[in-house]
Ligand binder design. Structure first.
Ligand SMILES: NC(=O)C1=CN([C@@H]2O[C@H](COP(=O)(O)OP(=O)(O)OC[C@H]3O[C@@H](n4cnc5c(N)ncnc54)[C@H](O)[C@@H]3O)[C@@H](O)[C@H]2O)C=CC1
Ligand SMILES: CC(=O)[C@](C)(O)C(=O)O
Ligand SMILES: [Mg+2]
Ligand SMILES: [Mg+2]
Length: 349
C-alpha cells in the first residue's frame, strides 16, 4: 500500500501499480463471480469484469426489464445469465448488487448458498451495518467484503470505456478464508477502479448516505432551487435564472474545480466575483452546517436507513419514485434547463 498525504493526514491507498490487473486475474482465476442484480451498479461492474477477463455471470429475475437489458448487453441465458438462485449456487463470489431494500427480500436465498469459503461482496455498507433492520447477518465461514465505487455505475462503465477509472473504497468485514484482502483488492481492480481507499462498512455507509443526501444530490438541488426562486421573484427570466444557477456551474466552473481545485476556479473568475465569493461562502457554511449535523445524526441513528427500507420495500415504490422525479423534471427550473441544454452550441444539429 502506498502512503499518501491528504492535506496533512497520511492515509494508505492501494494502487493499480502495486496490484496489477494481471495479478488480479491470477488471484481470481478459479473463482466464478456472480453479479446479482442488473440495475445501475450491476451492469457497470459485470461488464467491466467481463472485459477485464474474469469469469463472471449475472443473476437476475427472469421476465423483468433488466433481464432483457442484460441480454441486450450480450449476456446469454444459460451461459452467463441465470435466475438469481442459480447464480447464487454457481458463484464462489457473490456480488450482492440488488437495491439495498431488495437485498433484504433476497437474503434468505443468498444465505442458503453461502457455503464455507465463498465470498459475499457488497457495494455499500448498508445491509451489514444496519443488520438489526435488514436481518443481513452473514455466516461466519465466508469472507464479507466491500468495493464501493465513488460514483454512479453508469460513470463506472463510461469511464472504463474511455480508458479512465473511477476510484472506490474497499473494506473487509469478515476475513474467514485468510484471503479476503487479496480477493477484495483483486475485485476492486477488476471492476475498473484505479485506486482503492480503505474504509469500514460503517464508515462507508455513514459517509455515503451523508454525501448523497448532502452536497452530492440533496443539498445541491436545495441550493439551486432557493437561488432560482429568488432570481425569479425579482423579475429575472427563467433562462437567466437557470444560466446563473446551474448551467454556468456545470459547463464552465465545476470542470475547473474538478481539474485544479476551488482556489483555481476562483482565480479564473473576475476579481469582482472572487471578492464576493470569498465573503459569502462562510455565510453559506454557517447557515447550512447545522443541517449537515442533523443529517449525520439521523444517518448514524439508522433513521435514514429505515426510511429508505420502508419506502423502497413497497410494491409501488418505482411508481412513487417516478412521480417524484417527474415533479422535479416538470418544475419550471428544470424545464428551463432542458431548453437551455438544447441551446448548447455543440448540440446544434
Ligand atoms: N446506483 C449506483 O450507482 C450506486 C449503487 N451502490 C450500491 O450498489 C448496490 C446496488 O445498487 P443499484 O445498482 O443502484 O440498485 P438498483 O436500484 O438499480 O437495483 C438493482 C437490481 O435489483 C433488482 N431488485 C430490486 N428489488 C428486488 C427484489 N426484491 N428481488 C429481486 N431483485 C430485485 C432490480 O431489478 C435491479 O436489477 C446498492 O447496495 C447500492 O447502494 C453503490 C454506489 C453507487
Ligand atoms: C452514485 C453513488 O455513489 C451514490 C450517490 O451514493 C448512490 O447512488 O447511492
Ligand atoms: Mg456513493
Ligand atoms: Mg449511495
Amino acid at each position: 500500500m502506498a502512503k499518501i498525504n491528504f492535506g496533512g493526514v497520511e492515509e494508505e491507498v492501494v494502487t493499480r501499480e502495486e496490484f496489477s490487473l494481471d495479478k488480479a486475474r491470477e488471484v481470481l482465476k478459479n473463482e466464478t463471480i456472480a453479479v446479482l442484480g442488473y440495475g445501475v451498479q450491476g451492469p457497470g461492474q459485470a461488464l467491466n469484469l467481463k472485459d477485464n477477463g474474469f469469469n463472471v455471470i449475472v443473476g437476475q429475475r427472469k421476465n423483468s426489464k433488466t433481464w432483457d437489458k442484460a441480454i441486450a448487453d450480450g449476456w446469454v441465458p444459460g451461459e452467463d445469465l441465470f435466475e438469481l438462485e442459480e447464480a447464487c449456487e454457481r458463484g464462489t463470489i457473490i456480488q450482492f448488487l440488488l437495491s439495498d431494500a431488495g437485498q433484504i427480500k433476497l437474503w434468505p436465498t443468498v444465505k442458503k448458498h453461502l457455503t464455507p469459503g465463498k465470498a459475499l461482496y457488497f457495494s455499500h455498507g448498508f445491509g451489514v451495518t444496519y443488520n438489526e433492520r435488514t436481518g443481513i447477518i452473514p455466516p461466519d465461514d465466508v469472507d464479507v467484503i466491500l468495493i464501493a465505487p465513488k460514483g454512479s455505475g453508469t460513470s463506472l462503465r463510461r469511464m472504463f470505456l474511455e480508458g479512465r477509472g473511477l476510484n472506490s473504497s474497499y473494506a473487509i468485514y469478515k476475513d474467514a478464508t485468510g484471503k479476503a484482502k487479496e480477493r477484495v483488492v483483486a475485485l476492486g481492480i477488476g471492476v475498473g477502479s484505479g485506486y482503492l481507499f480503505p474504509t469500514t462498512f460503517k464508515k462507508e455507509v455513514y459517509s455515503d448516505l451523508t454525501g448523497e443526501r448532502g452536497t452530492l444530490m440533496g443539498a445541491i438541488q436545495g441550493i439551486f432551487a432557493a437561488q432560482y426562486e429568488v432570481l425569479r421573484e425579482n423579475g429575472h427570466t427563467p433562462s437567466e435564472a437557470f444560466n446563473e444557477t446551474v448551467e454556468e456551474l456545470t459547463q464552465s466552473l465545476m470542470p475547473l474545480v474538478a481539474e485544479n481545485g476551488m482556489d483555481w476556479m476562483y482565480a479564473n473568475c473576475s476579481t469582482t466575483a472572487q471578492r464576493g465569493a470569498l465573503d459569502w461562502w462562510k455565510k453559506f457554511k454557517d447557515a447550512t452546517k447545522p443541517v449537515f449535523s442533523d443529517l449525520y445524526k439521523e444517518v448514524a441513528a439508522g433513521e435514514e436507513a429505515q426510511k429508505s427500507i420502508d419506502s423502497n420495500s413497497k410494491e409501488d415504490y418505482r411508481a412513487k419514485l417516478e412521480e417524484e422525479l417527474t415533479e422535479l423534471r416538470e418544475s419550471e427550473m428544470w424545464r428551463a434547463g432542458k431548453a437551455v441544454r438544447e441551446l448548447r452550441p455543440e448540440r446544434a444539429k
